[in-house]
Write a protein that binds this ligand. Sequence first.
Ligand SMILES: [Zn+2]
Length: 260
Amino acid sequence: MDTQDSASSNQASEHTLAILSFHKIGEPSPNGWETWFYIPEATFVGYLSYLQENNWHVIDLTTFVRGLTRPEILPKRSALLTFDDGYQSMLTSTLPLLLKFGYPAVLFVPTDFIGGRNSFDADCEPDEAICDWDELRELERWGVSVQPHGASHQRFSELSLAQQEEELHHSKDSLEAGLKKHIEVFCYPYGDDGGNPQVITQMLQRLGYQAACLYGGDPISLSIDQKAIANPYHLPRLAMGPDTDLKAVLEPEVTASAVS
Ligand SMILES: [Zn+2]
């Protein structure tokens, strides 16, 4: 049912924007263990090759932000590659592969953990290093736009409204000071917006954010006469793991007819 719905909406739309959401590319560190959030390099290269061979245009953050209010400027098949949490493997494993394809990307970092470890996920993910400031600047130089993923990486539904605002404010200020650039896009930790979409949207607007990303969801279908992308502060992202069938997710109508 879902597949049929998205297939028909994809066929009717002029443009599709797919925001892909990754965490870690490569192997766990020596004392770690495999989880769904690690994608082997070969699998990741397979995803990038699929995009390249099927006319998906990987756009940068600037094009993405412009496209929010002018969807007609976006390529017919647009993909934004996003990575959460700021793992050091972004520099060691992911960036060399992105550069091979000439693809830009976005990295969402919880600012309290810059230069530290991923202790926010200590109960479920192996211990890993988070990029320090020099590493974030290096990523920026090579086309990876660093944007905030909160400060303390807490679920917004467990915070008061004042604390949520502090997370939005502090993480933006911190990156603007450390990277000397303007911050535009937020990413909710765990995709949790706090449960009050109107209030969080107003907060994000007041603080100067142009968009915010959830975790999970389908590609966004856009019609040619659409004036702006709907709900820019609640953008769905495809949760990418090692077993994701990217072709089935991006082109469900093709896959559906191929198997029938
Ligand atoms: Zn996260």
